[in-house]
Design a protein around this ligand. Structure first.
Ligand SMILES: [Zn+2]
Length: 179
């Protein structure tokens, strides 16, 4: 089970984890539908994964906090909102690779191709999510690429991509671009 932790970016998250200046909002009740135990979580260490911010191409090993439900034995991990489950590239890097591919005909190879398919298949879900956040851009255009560009730019509008990704995850129980 994963909880998305609102985090503004890779560098800030790493600095906060290193200094211990970070809080994890543990749920009152276990989110496992077969469990639901009250105040049942205890610390369960950290796991480590690589993350990459596209702009500086800095691959960094980051620590992800885990808790264990003492009742059902399931773990919850706190995924920072600049990442998507199972992907090393930050959400910001993925969005920019898509935008560059669409607007400058400059492809970033498999990263662009892979996420382009996912984006186009999820475009209506993203539009709905953006609308709920108050986004009002016109997306009546028939061209799927122009529509996709508008949606990608919309992800940056308002409080920013990490905040939007976190809100989207809470509502949909899926990361941005996750199928
Ligand atoms: Zn449980």
């Amino acid at each position: 089970m994963q909880i998305m932790l609102l985090s503004s970016g890779l560098a800030e998250y790493s600095a906060k984890v290193s200094s211990g200046d970070i809080e994890f909002p543990i749920p009152d009740n276990c989110p496992n539908p077969d469990c639901g135990a009250h105040h049942s979580f205890q610390g369960h260490g950290w796991y480590h994964r690589f993350a990459c911010n596209f702009f500086d191409r800095l691959w960094q090993l980051i620590s992800i906090r885990r808790y264990l439900c003492k009742s059902c034995g399931k773990t919850i991990s706190f995924l920072p909102s600049f990442l998507m489950p199972r992907f090393h590239f930050s959400i910001c890097a993925i969005i920019w690779s898509l935008l560059f591919g669409f607007t400058r005909n400059k492809s970033f190879g498999s990263l662009h191709r892979f996420h382009k398919k996912r984006l186009l298949s999820k475009i209506q879900v993203l539009i709905m999510s953006l609308r709920e956040s108050g986004w009002s851009a016109d997306v009546s255009c028939k061209c799927p690429i122009k529509k996709a560009i508008s949606v990608l730019l919309g992800c940056y509008a308002g409080p920013g991509i990490e905040a939007f990704a976190s809100k989207h995850f809470d509502k949909q129980q899926k990361a941005l671009l996750a199928l």
